[in-house]
Design a protein around this ligand. Structure first.
Ligand SMILES: Nc1ncnc2c1ncn2[C@@H]1O[C@H](COP(=O)(O)OP(=O)(O)OP(=O)(O)O)[C@@H](O)[C@H]1O
Ligand SMILES: Nc1ncnc2c1ncn2[C@@H]1O[C@H](COP(=O)(O)OP(=O)(O)OP(=O)(O)O)[C@@H](O)[C@H]1O
Ligand SMILES: [Mg+2]
Ligand SMILES: [Mg+2]
Lengths: 227, 227
């Protein structure tokens, strides 16, 4: 479903070149749940951004459903992304001018579902994430963990084919964190492909494959191994 | 050194009143290292903001060095805060228009130390936090964990009397996270008072006292107890 071939990503700035990803080769089958781990700064978010078509590799090819993404014009890439992929960003990326409810509703507006269906779906995720009591608040009026839970709710609401989650439990206590993991697990049981960056060995083990990054390279890929 | 008496904090917005803190009583002696734990949304950041004089309680009194802060004019409160307290914010609060080095240097500019001394101090914390190679980058060019480490470096640089740390390791892998805890521990050994919010039981135990918050109230306070 997803194939990366010889992917490299170089950031250039201030005369300093950073090789964030080096010669990445990766295959993802539909329905997989993959954890991506590695030290701070080793390239995890960069990899997720490339997988999510939010950024382009410096070299190498990206195939999604056998279609070579790197060759498509921007507008077509955006379409493929909108139809297939949902994100949980490391810094949440909530829109400050929209309420919690409006933030969650936004990706649903792009889908062909009735307003009634949309309302049902939003109510469902608000309750799953225990933030129904914050529905009309603005992001700046929420605690850090509540903001994270809104970001998760927004990604879950569209029941996407692929979820890319960048540290979805970093600011959550164990009970809320486990709740997020259970929701991701149950989505995966019903077919959603999930790639999740995490620093928690415990949460990483919800996946069926763990990929370890170090200094921009994949150093190990283990099926359900403890690394 | 720090005393909170019957502190309450109510946020009012959109016809919804949130009692974020209820009847908080707390004593902090110089040189203590206190961990504050509790579920998402229970009032930890609110408590830290009040302790850091970044916000005012709805009712109750705050004594710092036996001086009643609640009675002082804003300008005097700001002076007490600047002289005594450093912050590690849950969302880092780095200034996007300043480089890493300039962000760390900022609180040092308010101190009466020579430019040479400032340079020595900045170099020291950049190396302690393993981000010297990012000194001239802008915050948006850093990974999530690197941003967090800049926020920590900025707080450590002034060698303050009090450090208020809101989840200082939330986005860090275990090696970087333990490094931050070791640095906090060694500052505490040399007299810095530390209050730290954390979701990690493991990091919480670096402290000599653990305070548990729930729904805006302090429910237990244990000296080095596993709760
Ligand atoms: N500006 C605000 N207006 C209204 N309510 C607020 C505001 N700031 C915080 N709150 C609410 O006050 C409560 C406590 O928030 P606080 O940020 O202290 O929680 P927390 O314990 O730090 O949570 P987390 O672990 O998720 O960071 C939450 O229910 C939050 O929604
Ligand atoms: N826009 C940019 N310009 C320059 N360098 C960048 C940029 N974005 C990221 N980098 C660098 O690329 C490297 C990888 O960053 P990335 O965000 O992928 O790390 P990460 O593994 O997600 O780290 P963390 O666990 O701290 O979130 C880091 O060294 C970072 O400083
Ligand atoms: Mg990252
Ligand atoms: Mg908080």
């Amino acid at each position: 479903m997803i194939r990366l071939e010889n992917i490299n990503k170089i950031y250039g700035s201030n005369d300093v070149e950073t090789c964030a990803l080096k010669n990445i080769n990766l295959n993802v089958d539909p329905g997989e749940f993959i954890s991506i781990m590695g030290p701070s700064g080793c390239g995890k978010s960069t990899l997720l951004n490339l997988l999510g078509m939010l950024d382009n590799p410096t070299s190498g090819d990206y195939f999604f459903d056998k279609q070579c993404i790197s060759q498509l014009p921007e507008r077509k890439i955006a379409n493929v992304r909108k139809k297939n992929i949902s994100f949980i960003f490391q810094n949440y990326n909530l829109i400050d001018e929209l309420s919690v409810l409006e933030n969650i509703e936004l990706p649903l507006l792009y889908q062909k579902i009735s307003p009634r269906q949309r309302k049902i779906r939003i109510t469902e995720v608000l309750e799953q994430m225990n933030i129904a009591h914050r529905a009309n608040h603005m992001p700046q009026q929420l605690s850090g963990g509540q903001q994270q839970r809104v970001a998760v709710a927004r990604a879950l609401s569209t029941k996407p084919r692929v979820i890319l989650a960048d540290e979805p439990t970093g600011n959550l206590d164990s009970k809320n964190g486990d709740n997020v993991m259970e929701l991701l697990k149950s989505l995966n049981d019903r077919g959603t492909t999930i790639l999740m960056v995490t620093h928690s060995q415990y949460h990483a083990e919800y996946a069926n494959r763990i990929i370890n990054l170090f200094d921009g390279k994949i150093i190990t890929q283990d099926a359900n191994a403890i690394v």
